[in-house]
Write a protein that binds this ligand. Sequence first.
Ligand code: SF4
Length: 393
Amino acid sequence: MLTLGGCKPKSLYLHIPFCTTRCSYCSFYSEPETNWKGFREAYVSRLEQEIAVVVQETGGFETIFIGGGNPGSLTCEQLSRLLLAARSTQCREVTIEMNPDTFSEAFFPLFEQKLVTRLSMGIQSMDEEVLRQLGRNATLEDNLQAIALAKKAREQYGIDLSFDVMAALPGQTMQMALQDIETVVSLSEAGHISLYCLTVEEGTELARNVSKREVQVWDDDGQRELLQSLWARLGQLGYEHYEVSNFAREGNVCNHNLVYWDLNTYLGLGSSAASFLHSGNESWHYSQNQDLKDFAEGALFTGYDKEILSSEQLMEEYLMMALRTNRGIEKKHFSDRFLLDFDSLFSNTIAHLDPLWYNNTSHLFVLTEVGWMVLDEIVLRLCLQIPQPLDRH
Ligand code: SF4
C-alpha cells in the first residue's frame, strides 16, 4: 500500500504501459494495446483517482513526466484528464513521450491548453532496415512525418522538443550513426537529444537472436569509439553533454530527469512505476508490481511494494546517480546530506583512479567524458570505500 508518510515529492511520473507492438530489445513493462482495449479506460480512471488523492496531500508537483510504453496509445481526452488532475500552479515542466507512428495533430490540444510543455519522441534510427531489425513499429516515413509534426507543434505552441536516438545498432556503421544524429538535429532543430547505446537485455527477442548468432552486436571497444565520435559531433552542433546519455542546448535540460540524478524525491504512479521518497530519517523506494489487469481492477494505492534503504544503500545510489551528470558531486552538499566528509572517505580511492577520468577540486568531484566511459567501474571502486555499517562519528 502506497503512503507518502509526510513526504511531499515535487515530481510525478505516470506510466502508460501500452504499446502497438513489442520492440525486439525492449525490457520495459508494456502490453500490446490491441489485447487490452477494454482496460485502457479502467486504467486511466484508477490513475486519475490516485493522482487526485496525492495532489491533495502534496499540494502539487513542479515537474510531471508521462512515459511508457507509449502514452500515444491513449486518447487526447484521456491524457488531458490525467494532466488536469495532476497540474497545479507550481508546475513548471510537463513532458510527454510519444511514439512516431501514433503521434498526430489530434494531440495538439495538449500543447494548446499548456497541459504539456515538452515532447519527447523515440526516433531511434533513421534507417529503414535498422528500424525493422529493432522491431520498431515506426517506419522511416513515420519518423520523418513525426519530426515535421513535432516542429510544427513547437512553432505553434512554443513547446520544447527532445528526440531519443540509439547507437551501436546491428547493421549500423559509424557513418550511419553520425548521419542519424545530423539528420534528426537538422530536421528538428531540437533543444534536447538523448543518445543511448543498444543494450542486450536478458529475456528479450534481441537476446535470443544474439545467442542464436542471427544478430551481431557491437563489442565494447567499438561502442566506445562510436560514442566518442557521436559525443564530439553533438558538442560541435551546440549541445552541452550534461548527463551520460543526454545533451541539451541552452535552457533545454530535462528538469524532471535532473530530479532522478540528484536523488531527490519523486512519485511514480501506474503499473510498474517506481518512486523514491524520504521522510525523517527514512528513505525508501516503492515499486508498483501489479500487472495491467490487476492495476486496472485493484483498489487505490494497492500493489506498491516498499523497500527501505539503509544509509549505505542510499549513499551508493547517490554516487551512482550524481556522477552521471556534469554537475558531479558538490562536496558541501554531500557532507550536509550524509554527515560525512567526501574527501576523508574517498580521497585514497580517487588517488588511484586515472586522472583523465575526473576533475577533483576542493568543492567538487565530477567525471570527464573519458570517465563516463568507465562509469560503472568508478562507482564500484568508490562504493567499496563506504564503511559497512556507515559510521558517522
Ligand atoms: S515502444 Fe518503447 S516501451 Fe514500447 S515496446 Fe518499444 S521500446 Fe518498449
